[in-house]
Design a protein around this ligand. Structure first.
Ligand SMILES: C[S@@+](CC[C@H](N)C(=O)[O-])C[C@H]1O[C@@H](n2cnc3c(N)ncnc32)[C@H](O)[C@@H]1O
Ligand code: SF4
Ligand code: SF4
Length: 474
């Protein structure tokens, strides 16, 4: 019965046990729900308990006879096979059968549950601030200063952090930097995160990707590699990242991912350097089967200094993009607001902007960021310290008893008092992180956002409900 059946490598695991059901994220990034019985059977399979041993365990656990247990197991395995949760063993895939629940939209339910219970569904870990490039817009303070960081989290602290996130029901970890490939512990961190069952996303400039490294990411079933690419004009890209030859290496890195079957995505911040040189990016993305996201807003450095702002689009640049017919593409294809976050649409929880009582976003609620020294922030681009994991357990930092966390969570749409009466509200891509950086107040009024909001209204605007996209159903 079980010959040849085994859970597909490290790709799968029970990620979270929520009252609504047990969640599995596959390496394809889709989300499946199992009810308790199916989850227990899947876990046994993943643990290598198969054959008569599995039948025996089912008999004892559910107090049923041998034949019934055997039949239930066979039906369940067939369902797992149909769904690609276990490898096919040559048997014809049988019809999808029970004892699993049918949910039409599991992702939505998970998002809702995590939102209502303030569980960090998504975590962003800044694994290093060292980088081999010097992008003109980079928000990392002193990114140019390659050298030993003062006191970055070491591998045992990273492992402990992942364990804490796991206990808090986190499902997705994004590893970012700096350039993560410059971090000594990157593969070990990825591997441990996968071992704990997280869906792992890697943000990188892709210049250091090698065939062996991508093969390792594939082996670990990393969900997605997000690559920053600023133009298909090599000179434009290279001048912007201040490193000759980078464009060729980044493009080669993306092609390598494609060739080895590693899912990837292109992220492009639109800046003064590249806004007239966006031609060909979408075509290239299509040629390697990668989605592409654009971001129209360059933020300040996280230390509050202004250097990146020389790259922020001016009013005239935005008009140029609009008149040349590029703006609609940028908005429809692209992310909307904060640095480096726009691509997290798998599990990103978005809230209705036109409901005054709704939270604004998942910051410090369904989302958390941990910087290289262990400081905890509401999201990656939000330079607001909630605590430090070297001083306190993450659970305490993310508790309502922690005043900075309580404060950020307390904001609602109505807290944006300066926006009252604004006709752009339904389309505004406002964000607390950027607003805080611009005005010193998370719920102030940032002109940089207002400038972009009018184009969102013209071309469609940001997602406006607690939506869920994709996701499978069991
Ligand atoms: C800080 S980088 C780290 C990962 C990797 N080094 C890379 O470049 O993809 C993450 C993302 O943030 C974006 N980014 C950096 N500085 C930014 C800024 N000031 N405003 C908006 N996005 C920014 C980058 O373009 C990149 O897509
Ligand atoms: S944006 Fe990424 S690649 Fe560019 S300097 Fe910053 S960390 Fe490095
Ligand atoms: S456009 Fe400006 S004023 Fe209007 S809602 Fe957005 S941030 Fe507020």
């Amino acid at each position: 019965m079980t010959r040849g059946s085994h859970a597909t490598g490290t790709a799968l695991g029970i990620h979270a046990a929520l009252p609504e059901g047990h969640v599995i994220l596959t390496d394809r990034g889709s989300m499946l729900f199992l009810n308790e019985t199916a989850a227990a059977i899947f876990q046994m399979l993943a643990d290598g308990v198969v054959g008569q041993e599995a039948v025996q365990e089912i008999c004892e656990q559910y107090d049923i006879g041998h034949d019934v247990a055997l039949r239930d197991l066979e039906i369940t395995y067939a369902s797992f096979r149909t769904l690609g949760l276990i490898e096919h063993n040559g048997d014809p895939a049988e019809a999808l059968a029970l004892p699993m629940e049918s949910k039409t939209d599991p992702r939505k339910e998970v998002k809702k549950y995590c939102s209502e219970h303030s569980l960090p569904l998504q975590a962003f870990i800044e694994i290093t601030t060292v980088c081999n490039l010097r992008c003109k817009h980079c928000y990392i303070p002193d990114v140019g200063a390659i050298g030993p960081l003062k006191d970055p989290l070491n591998i045992s602290e990273l492992r402990d952090l992942l364990k804490q996130l796991r206990e808090l029901s986190c499902l997705e970890v994004t590893l970012t930097g700096g350039e993560p490939l410059m971090a000594r512990h990157l593969i070990e961190t990825c591997a441990y995160a996968r071992q704990l069952g997280f869906s792992v996303i890697l943000k990188t400039n892709a210049t250091l990707l090698t065939e062996a490294f991508v093969a390792e990411l594939r082996r670990l079933h990393v969900t997605e590699v997000q690559v920053s690419l600023y133009s298909m004009d090599a000179a434009t890209h290279d001048v912007f990242v201040r490193q000759p030859g980078s464009h060729a290496r980044t493009v080669a890195g993306l092609r390598l991912c494609h060739a080895l079957g590693q899912r990837c995505r292109i992220s492009c911040v639109v800046t003064r350097s590249n806004y007239q040189q966006l031609d060909g990016l979408k075509e290239f993305a299509t040629s390697i089967d990668a989605p592409i996201g654009f971001d129209l807003l360059v933020t300040r450095r996280l230390d509050g200094t202004d250097d990146p702002l020389i790259e922020r689009l001016t009013e005239d640049d935005l008009i140029w993009l609009d008149q040349k017919g590029v703006m609609s593409d940028v908005i429809f294809e692209g992310s909307t607001n904060i640095a480096g976050l726009g691509d997290q649409n798998q599990l990103l929880v978005s809230y209705p902007i036109d409901d005054p009582e709704s939270p604004i976003c998942g910051a410090a609620n369904t989302m958390v960021a941990i910087n290289v020294n262990g400081d905890v922030r509401p999201c990656i681009a939000f330079p607001y310290r909630l605590g430090n994991i070297r001083e306190q357990p993450l659970r305490e930092i993310l508790s309502d008893r922690n005043e900075p966390t309580r404060q950020i969570r307390s904001y609602r749409n109505r807290s944006f008092t300066e926006c009252v009466g604004c006709e752009l509200i339904p389309a505004c891509p406002r964000c607390m992180a950027t607003t805080y950086q611009e005005t010193g107040n998370p719920v102030g009024k940032a002109d940089a956002i207002c400038r972009i909001a009018q184009y969102h209204r013209k071309y469609g605007g940001p997602p406006s409900t607690l939506e869920a996209d994709g996701g499978g159903t069991v």
